[in-house]
Design a protein around this ligand. Structure first.
Ligand SMILES: [Fe+2]
Ligand SMILES: [Fe+2]
Length: 133
């Protein structure tokens, strides 16, 4: 079983926006739980995680629009790529490919999450702060 390549939640992972950070904390916690799941339980973990992530991406986009974040289209484009990826993984999970789901949740998503958080999400949070949010 692959080990989770993401640290436990700590303030060092914050981007400085309360809404985004609360969601990201949940992201990290759900990934940690999914990493410990048995094959039987894994599909339910993936489904819950996918729903959480979709809700989170939508909340971030609402903030971007609310505060007029200039590179909103670039950030949304990357979110849309992830939405498509989630759909693809769900289809392959339905076809029985649990190894793919496990690799996605323990390696692909954690690596993406840290990179995305440190770049686009951090820039978004900094912009919101500069606008008084
Ligand atoms: Fe995010
Ligand atoms: Fe984002």
């Amino acid at each position: 079983m692959p080990t989770l390549s993401i640290p436990a939640w700590s303030p060092s992972l914050e981007v400085g926006n309360a809404i985004i950070d609360a969601d990201h904390k949940e992201t990290v916690e759900l990934l940690a739980e999914a990493a410990k799941a048995s094959d039987t339980d894994l599909p339910a973990h993936f489904t819950a995680f996918a729903q959480h992530l979709r809700d989170h991406l939508a909340r971030e986009e609402e903030l971007m629009h609310q505060y007029g974040f200039p590179p909103t289209p670039i950030h949304v484009h990357e979110h849309n790529r992830v939405r498509l990826e989630l759909e693809g993984i769900a289809k392959r999970m339905a076809a029985g490919n649990l190894a793919l789901v496990r690799g996605y949740l323990t390696e692909v998503v954690p690596e993406w999450f840290i990179n995305h958080k440190n770049t686009m999400d951090s820039a978004t949070a900094a912009w919101i702060r500069s606008q008084g949010g």
